[in-house]
Design a protein around this ligand. Structure first.
Ligand SMILES: *[C@@H]1O[C@H](CO)[C@@H](O)[C@H](O)[C@H]1NC(C)=O
Ligand SMILES: *[C@@H]1O[C@H](CO)[C@@H](O)[C@H](O)[C@H]1NC(C)=O
Ligand SMILES: *[C@@H]1O[C@H](CO)[C@@H](O)[C@H](O)[C@H]1NC(C)=O
Ligand SMILES: *[C@@H]1O[C@H](CO)[C@@H](O)[C@H](O)[C@H]1NC(C)=O
Length: 389
């Protein structure tokens, strides 16, 4: 998360160019949805290794468009999906940034204003949870589709300053757990990869108690392979028939306070479930999050880790806006790995049926199994439309 929290974010007033003509359902035009599958540069993974990668200027549909879906997963060199019990997609984030087109090639001459992130409309502080899309491996089983005529508008030329261009980057982290004895522990709770001591892999014998060779660089000895990040985007060209939705990512670890004149959102991103929980009842974490500008709820889902029981977003009056529940795998194949969190339930309320008011304080309540876990996440993704067709 380092790269994200250190990011310099400039806020601009958002000019939402809403369609001026209302359009009737009876004249519904055919939406020409285009879909392209892209593949990142491949990178090598060995047993026990961790890769934390940032891919800048990724391939992304060009022009003024509305994104309808965004799916991603890990594949091997043959293009086959890799099961989680082999190489685990620990996180992926797609982050938008604007870049000075004629910026110097010399990094020493780069000014902060030459490249900066353009965050979603979420409430978290600074660059925290600023991505538009991004989960873990459960992306495979979580719908990212946005129903017609709604879409996430991107590449609007009136929102890109002269001399700049809009680009996207991926930040991903992948853990190769082949050969690991406790795969769940490795992926869920002990991956403090940012602060590993120099002698973290301070071992002289492998898991079969055989001495390691002198060129040993960490991880377990074993086969290495090339892995790529494959992503599929569907989009439409932007026109008056598309209705924009705003993307919010809420965090149930948000510690809201005020400095007297302004609400400060202090999202922790991660959370530790303490060791001595109180038995069977789930561990509950709540936050009351004010939403400055409301809208109609079009899409809702959560990002949580294995061990999630459920998570619910409530309105200020206690009405349920959306509950998301996990899907756990039962098989062996990629996307259905036994015991792994493989997907999250997505809410698609009838457009217009759920309205979040300006200034409404939403209550986010997440439940995990009451077991020690560090790095647990409790994020809720909502898409809001300010107007209906
Ligand atoms: C982009 O960077 C170049 C080189 O530093 C600078 O001359 C130019 O003014 C910058 N453009 C904008 C729009 O700031
Ligand atoms: C790593 O090995 C050295 C030499 O055997 C030892 O002094 C040191 O304590 C070890 N570190 C850890 C974290 O085990
Ligand atoms: C509160 O924060 C806002 C935004 O950062 C700032 O403009 C304002 O001066 C702050 N007020 C106080 C009393 O610190
Ligand atoms: C969430 O889980 C708790 C504990 O199992 C249960 O009591 C509650 O009914 C669930 N909430 C929803 C909305 O499913």
């Amino acid at each position: 998360m380092k790269i994200i929290s250190n990011a310099k974010i400039f806020s601009f007033s958002i000019l939402l160019l809403l369609p001026s003509t209302s359009y009737s359902l009876y004249e519904k035009p055919k939406n020409h949805i285009k879909t392209t599958t892209f593949v990142s540069k491949s990178f090598e993974m060995g047993l026990g290794s961790i890769a934390a990668k940032t891919f800048e200027d990724i391939k992304f549909p060009k022009g003024h468009i509305g994104i309808k879906s965004f799916d991603a997963e890990l594949v091997n060199q043959e293009g086959n999906s890799i099961p989680s019990y082999e190489t685990y997609l620990y996180h992926w984030f797609a982050i938008k940034y604007h870049k000075n087109i004629t910026m110097s090639l010399n990094p020493k001459l780069h000014r902060p204003e030459d490249a900066f992130f353009k965050r979603n409309e979420g409430t978290c502080n600074g660059g925290i949870l600023s991505h538009y899309w991004g989960f873990r491996v459960e992306s495979r089983g979580t719908s990212s589709n946005i129903l017609d005529p709604f879409a996430i508008e991107q590449g609007n030329p009136t929102k890109i300053k002269k001399g700049y261009e809009e680009k996207w980057l991926f930040n991903i982290m992948v853990i190769d757990t082949r050969g690991a004895q406790d795969k769940k522990c490795c992926i869920e709770c002990r991956c403090d990869h940012m602060n590993l001591p120099k002698d973290f892999y301070n071992v002289t014998r492998d898991i079969h108690n055989q001495p390691l060779t002198t060129n040993y660089k960490g991880g377990f000895q074993g086969s290495r392979r090339m892995v790529s990040f494959r992503y599929k985007i569907s989009w439409v060209d932007w026109n008056k028939h598309q209705v924009p939705v705003k993307v919010y990512i809420l965090d149930s670890t948000n510690r809201i306070r005020s400095n007297g004149s302004k609400i400060i959102h202090d999202c922790q991103v991660e959370y530790t479930i303490p060791e001595n929980g109180d038995g069977d009842s789930p561990h509950v974490q709540k936050a009351n999050i004010p939403i400055e500008k409301g809208g109609y709820l079009i899409y809702g889902t959560a990002h949580m880790h294995s061990g999630i029981v459920n998570v619910t977003l409530y309105g200020q009056d206690g009405r349920t806006l959306c509950t998301s529940t996990p899907k756990y795998g039962r098989g062996n194949e990629a996307g259905n790995e036994k015991g792994y969190l493989i997907g999250m339930f997505v809410c698609y309320p009838q457009p217009g049926s759920i309205k979040i008011h300006d200034g409404e304080i939403l209550a986010l309540e997440s439940r995990y199994k009451n077991e020690f876990c560090s790095g647990a996440m409790r994020h809720f993704y909502i898409y809001l439309a300010e107007e209906l067709p």
